[in-house]
Design a protein around this ligand. Structure first.
Ligand SMILES: Cc1cc2nc3c(=O)[nH]c(=O)nc-3n(C[C@H](O)[C@H](O)[C@H](O)COP(=O)(O)O)c2cc1C
Length: 323
């Protein structure tokens, strides 16, 4: 099956099937410390921070799609929403663009010039393409960073999956050396443990997106497409645990099962530098509710800051929580 068809099938499975983990990411176990006396003016709460040199709301739309005709409109609308609400935007895997097809869906910088735009490439593709080809994506799509996705769970269950992860670290290292923009290493929903984070740090990776378990289950997506063997539906490190394990190693994007602006603030208070989500934005696109969803999540983030007595991002980062 070609990249285009697979991308289309992924979108259909994620929209139409039950592909969320049953086990949670752990956010319901985290209590932010309510402050009955905030002593701040809610209208003055400012949660923006710097990410990749730009001032943003610390909530990233993480990699969703690209590389087939249906992705053009999805990425355009995601980019417009990102620009309006100052959210960093991740593109889906750019394999199709490397292969010289379906470029249009990735060329969205014009719709989101003020926020960081992050490219995406699979660790498996690093073996097939020289760094110069990947640098070509950076300049053509005007990317602020390149995310490399580590998705062994998905690849190993996928009938056509690339199961050879040998020398993966060396390839990441070569990418970090050769690319003109920072490299972000990301999982796709099964989480990153501390040893992996430490190894990634050695390669020159500048950010880690833990993309932990508890949200979209990529094993369930692959089972919908005929993947085998069963049994890995709930596999992975819950996002809350992954953030707690990896914090302090590198700056973190806390994602995987973030399902509200309140979860996003919890991810940040736990130790992530920004939060992120993927499937909720795709569902909102499908329901024609992207604008209202983004507006609601950003408002939830501000209210959570207010109710914990924080008027700035810096104060949020120092906030205590109970587990
Ligand atoms: C439809 C869809 C397609 C995705 N495609 C990619 C991809 O191409 N590259 C990637 O790194 N992650 C991809 N992801 C994974 C997400 O970026 C994210 O890490 C994962 O879904 C967990 O976040 P969530 O629980 O908020 O969905 C995709 C997610 C969705 C929902």
């Amino acid at each position: 099956m070609g990249t285009k068809e697979r991308k289309g099938e992924h979108i259909t499975a994620v929209l139409k099937k039950d592909v969320e983990y049953e086990k949670s990411a752990g956010f319901e176990n985290v209590r932010l410390l309510h402050n009955a006396l905030p002593e701040i003016d809610y209208s003055k709460v400012e949660i923006k921070t710097k990410f990749l040199g730009k001032e943003v709301v610390p909530l990233m739309i993480t990699a969703i799609t690209g590389g087939f005709a249906g992705a053009v409109e999805i990425n355009k609308q995601l980019a417009e929403t990102a620009e309006k609400y100052m959210l960093p935007l991740g593109l889906g895997s750019m394999r199709a663009m490397i292969e010289g097809t379906e470029e249009e869906s990735y060329l969205v910088k014009q719709y989101c010039p003020s926020v960081p735009l992050i490219g995406n490439i699979g660790i498996a593709q690093l073996a097939s393409y020289p760094v110069e080809r990947i640098e070509g994506l950076v300049s053509k799509a005007e990317l602020d960073a390149m995310a490399v996705h580590l998705n062994p769970l998905q690849e190993v269950l996928q009938p056509e999956g690339d199961k050879n992860f040998k020398d993966a670290l060396k390839k990441v290292e070569a990418l970090c050396e050769g690319l003109s923009v920072p490299v972000i290493a990301k999982e796709t929903g099964a989480g990153i443990n501390k040893d992996v984070a430490l190894k990634l740090k050695e390669t020159g990776v500048e950010w880690i997106d833990v993309a932990g378990a508890g949200g979209t289950s990529w094993s369930k997506v692959e089972y919908e497409r005929g993947g085998t063997p069963p049994g890995f539906e709930e596999w992975g490190i819950p996002t809350v645990n992954s953030i707690l394990m990896c914090k302090g190693v590198l700056p973190l994007i806390g994602s995987g099962g973030v399902r509200s602006g309140i979860d996003a603030v919890k991810a940040i208070v736990l130790g992530a530098d920004i939060a992120g989500a993927a499937r909720p934005f795709l569902l909102a696109y499908d329901y024609k509710a992207l604008d209202s969803m983004a507006s609601e999540w950003v408002e939830q983030m501000k209210i959570a800051a207010f109710l914990t007595g924080c008027k700035s991002y810096a104060e949020l980062k120092k906030l205590k929580y109970a587990l």
